[in-house]
Design a protein around this ligand. Sequence first.
Ligand code: PMV
Length: 304
Amino acid sequence: MKIVSSAPGKLILMGEHAVVYGYPCIVTAVDKRLYVEVEKVSAGEDKFITPQVKGHRFLKETVVFFKEKYKIKDSLKILTRGDFSHKVGLGSSSAVIVATFNALANLFKITLTKKELFEISHEVNLKIQKVGSGFDIAATSYGGTQYFIKGGKVIQPLNLQRLPLVIGYSGLKADTPTLIKQVNKQYQENKKKTVLIFNQIKILVDQGKDELVKSNFEKFGVLMTKNHMLLKDLKVSSLKLDKMVEVALEAGAWGAKLSGAGGGDCMVALTPENRIKEVERAIVKIGGEIIRANVNSQGVRIEI
Ligand code: PMV
């Protein structure tokens, strides 16, 4: 019997970096998914077939963890495929972990609550990455749009109808662990200044949460742009990301910011429907790539 589970990619809308220090963030799931197919096979080593995933470290670690925890002896064949590349920063690693646990739990008839799934996935992720708040695991497990505090202390769904976002890929891969370390260095060297930035980010996130649930996009956009400026102060942005944000705003976006660790990956621009084409064109003109995806998408699920 084959079981297929899929989990969505993610985008962080506000609060990156500060979330690592216990401040809140807002995260959303995108409708680009990662699929994991599992089946029992006759004896032998586990077989991993992962054409579009970089290596299979996350997958392997998840399988080892699952087998140990639930005392599974069977040999497995596991195949992954995805709607998106691991290069763009939409969270393929966290989606692989969550979808694999979900598929295996289903195959071996083990009941996992969302919270349990979040916790074991976060544990595996931390084992490999060493650092991280777990926001990406929450997004891919729960789906939708969530107000999140580190380690899953708070995972609060925000009831959204829609969110007209333009997603621009910078063409560069962000090195998340290095950027987290870089911010930590600043935090150690100048705690007062860094905490001040984190506190300002927190205020924006909390205001953003209120505006978002009321679909006050114009106001939410302004808060996003302010958040980008604070990320610039934290020195995690890049010239390319700054430029993409700038041209998106000039072309009529309500607000724009980098999304994720910075340095590369994606930026997002909250954009009135009638300006989307202009904003996309402006981003492409300066060398960005548009990723077409809807947000607020469904979390991990079994595919039938
Ligand atoms: O680079 P991404 O998309 O994985 O985002 C990282 C966001 C951080 O806040 C910097 C790290 C974290 O785990 O919260």
